[in-house]
Design a protein around this ligand. Structure first.
Ligand code: NAD
Ligand code: TYD
Length: 339
């Protein structure tokens, strides 16, 4: 089996590559990544010498480059993680989100049509369903929940999902889609809530909580997401969408307090800042379908996963220090300077 994994130098894609090389040592994995600000080649260092692994620096919107790679590799599957993934950045500049997330997805699928493929898998997000109200804890996102997006990020991901389903119906492309809730774990880029709070805590810097911090996210340890995708690409039904989530809803403020406690830092570091525009209140996944059809269940409890994650950031300063001392400084100043 030869699999092209796009966006494999990012957070979830890199964890997926490690998972696949470990669980399927006879597979060939080709990582295609543009190495944007969010892509980090040092993350993939541990597998660079693996004879079953190849890294290719490429933009998924580069049609010629993508076709050439397909001619070289004849992949059996494509798993598309490549995306602009940060809601706050999409609010500042939507355009790149439309290019990478929509045009890039179409380009990859055109290559799959041209050269043939056993499976194209689109890594999507629960954010395509919009949000749920805080006063209706009985409501969850199912695969039948209508698409109802809030941010340029989620809209671009929803646009891609619709295209993927259209390529299935129109051209018979063998596709699957997974829509997962918020992930956390090793190699999470420091602009996102959990790593940002851990790293700020370690520097005794203010912890910028948007609004009151009452927004709820449904957190899943990244390895559980990787296992879900592995199951879907092998056993999932073509043309289907699978929701992935672990029934682990937490308010932002509670996560930040938990991180303070784990690192023995005072809660007085918490600073409430101007809320995100259009901020989604609650995400909550109903994972019944993937459980019933594929037997998937999350394995890592949040209490264990967050401990492991904090320890990983303590042990791997050499990974995140170069990130936060580069271009990230300017981003941080722009986002949080006058907030
Ligand atoms: P990330 O931002 O950490 O990584 C994205 C990767 O894609 C980077 O390596 C980047 O260099 C690469 N990339 C960006 N534009 C590219 C382009 N034009 N061509 C090639 N490569 C490009 O993102 P992540 O958090 O790992 O998310 C991966 C996927 O999972 C995304 O599609 C995202 O929408 C989805 N997702 C993320 C979460 C989450 O909690 N992080 C939850 C559900 C779904
Ligand atoms: P984030 O990690 O950006 O993921 P998403 O917006 O895709 O769910 O944010 C998670 C939650 O944390 C979201 O409700 C916004 C909030 N948040 C803060 O309060 N402060 C921050 O500095 C960041 C980055 C996020």
């Amino acid at each position: 089996m030869n699999i092209i994994v796009t966006g494999g130098a990012g957070f979830i894609g890199s964890n997926f590559i490690f998972h696949m090389l470990k669980e399927h040592p006879d597979y060939r994995i080709v990582c295609l990544d543009k190495l944007t600000y969010a892509g980090n080649l040092s993350t993939l260092q541990p597998v660079m010498d693996n004879p079953n692994f190849r890294f290719v620096k490429l933009d998924i919107c580069d049609r010629e480059g993508v076709y050439k790679l397909f001619e070289e590799e004849h992949p059996d599957m494509v798993v598309n993680f490549a995306a602009e993934s940060h809601v706050d950045r999409s609010i500042e500049n939507p355009e790149i989100f439309l290019n990478t997330n929509i045009i890039g997805t179409a380009t990859l699928m055109d290559a799959c049509r041209k050269y043939g493929i056993k499976r194209y898998h689109q890594v999507s997000t629960d954010e395509v369903y919009g949000d749920l109200p805080l006063d209706r804890p009985d409501l969850f996102f199912t695969e039948e929940t209508p698409i109802h997006t809030s941010s340029p990020y989620s809209s671009s991901k929803a646009g891609a999902d619709l295209l993927v389903l259209a390529y299935h119906r129109t051209y018979g492309l063998p596709v699957t889609i997974s829509r997962c809730s918020n992930n956390y774990g090793p190699y999470h880029f420091p602009e996102k809530l959990i790593p940002l709070m851990i790293i700020n805590c370690l520097h005794d810097k203010p912890l910028p909580v948007y609004g009151e911090g009452l927004n709820v996210r449904d957190w899943l340890y990244v390895e559980d997401h990787c296992r879900a995708i592995d199951l879907i690409i092998h056993n999932g039904r073509v043309g289907e969408v699978y929701n992935v989530g672990g029934h682990n809803e937490m308010k932002n403020i509670d996560i930040v307090k938990l991180i303070c406690k784990a690192l023995d830092k005072p809660e007085s570091l918490i600073t409430h800042v101007t809320d995100r525009k259009g901020h989604d209140m609650r995400y909550a996944i109903d994972p019944t379908k993937i459980h019933n059809e594929l037997g998937w269940l999350p394995e890592t409890k949040f209490a264990d996963g967050i401990k492991k994650t904090i320890q990983w950031y303590l042990d791997n300063e050499s990974w995140w220090q170069p990130i936060i001392s580069g271009e990230y400084q300017n981003y941080y100043e722009e986002m949080y300077g006058n907030r």
